[in-house]
Design a protein around this ligand. Structure first.
Ligand SMILES: Nc1ncnc2c1ncn2[C@@H]1O[C@H](COP(=O)(O)OP(=O)(O)OP(=O)(O)O)[C@@H](O)[C@H]1O
Ligand SMILES: [Mg+2]
Length: 317
């Protein structure tokens, strides 16, 4: 199904087509941050936007969350045109901005609670949800401490708790786990899964590719304001040759013995054969017959990302 076909389906939380954004700064050359970006997010999906620094992820999230007007293109949230009716879209969304900070003069409890009140929740619902969100983010013990006294990771957890507590139908999270320890990140993943189980939809960005892999149903890779690859993590790995990597210590000049088993990548004093599980046995046997050792491991989304973005950079030149 193409993106254009899917516009007629009511199953979409977000639909964006041919988005362009040019930033104009007086006395400076203009910057084309989005160059025809199209993507769609189905209801209930967790989707990750990946891309190098400056690829255009935050620009897109700002446009989608009504904070910035696009130069051109069409963007709809739950079938409402974001550029034409931003006020109709806002009640459906909540945003964790990139490198945002909680209000320093409030405590985590006050921050979450007052935000829920401003969004129109009753005091009782706001109180209940605040308690749950603070526990989910493991900041309940520090709920009455001023935000200014919290560590960086604790402040970020407060930001995430504030937004998760809204249970908004569509959540935008721009690097939500930045600066969090591995335990805290997993807390966020669990909370995000719980939200989508209850019907919310998520669009997030992250530079932690293990996070994108563990969390998202679908990934979009963006490079210079355009989508260069999309699909599940497995789709993206397959597109670069396979989901497993067999590493053999040998001279790359003699690697042709293994070329028929998959894609060969050379490392320092080793070759990697990128392949699929059914090929593993034969590769190991071939290595053993030559008196070579071999180790098998999964291809990571990070490797696929490096390959796919690397190809896009080459194509551009
Ligand atoms: N307000 C602005 N004025 C001018 N240029 C801008 C502005 N905001 C962003 N840009 C430029 O637009 C491009 C895309 O930036 P954006 O913040 O969307 O990238 P990103 O993918 O979120 O990167 P990161 O991973 O570093 O957060 C960059 O070249 C950036 O310098
Ligand atoms: Mg950004």
């Amino acid at each position: 199904m193409s993106v254009s076909d899917s516009v007629s389906s009511s199953g979409l939380a977000l639909f964006a087509e041919n988005m362009r954004k040019v930033y104009h700064t007086r006395g400076k050359p203009s910057v084309e941050a989005l160059r025809g970006l199209s993507l769609s997010v189905k209801r209930g999906e967790r989707v990750a936007l990946l891309g190098r620094n400056g690829a255009g992820k935050t620009t897109f999230l700002k446009i989608a969350s009504t904070l910035l007007m696009p130069t051109s293109g069409r963007i709809e949230i739950f079938s409402k045109d974001v550029s034409v009716h931003p006020e109709e879209v806002r009640p459906y969304i909540a945003v964790v901005p990139q490198e945002g900070h909680p209000f320093y003069h409030l405590t985590p409890w006050e921050q979450v609670y007052t935000y829920l009140l401003t969004r129109g929740f009753s005091r009782e619902t706001a109180r209940e949800r605040t308690e749950v969100a603070l526990r989910d983010m493991d900041i309940y013990d520090i709920r009455d401490q001023l935000n200014v006294t919290l560590s960086g990771g604790q402040q970020q957890r407060t930001m995430v708790a504030t937004v998760l507590a809204t249970e908004a139908p569509l959540l935008f999270l721009d690097e939500p786990t930045l600066g969090m320890d591995p335990f805290a990140r997993r807390r966020v993943w669990a909370a995000l899964r719980k939200l989508t189980d209850r019907g919310s939809t998520l669009l997030l960005t992250t530079h932690y590719l293990d996070e994108a892999e563990s969390l998202s149903h679908k990934v979009y890779i963006i490079e210079k304001g355009k989508v260069v690859a999309q699909g599940t993590s497995s789709d993206l790995k397959r597109s670069v040759g396979g989901t497993v990597r067999v590493t053999i210590p040998m001279d790359s000049a003699k690697s042709e013995d293994f070329a028929s088993f998959g894609r060969i990548m050379t490392g320092e004093g080793v070759i990697h054969v990128i392949t699929e599980p059914p090929q593993i046995n034969e590769i190991l046997n071939t290595a053993l017959r030559r008196g070579l050792s071999a180790t098998v491991g999964p291809v990571t989304l990070e490797e696929a990302f490096l390959q796919l973005v690397g190809r896009a950079i080459e194509d551009e030149h």
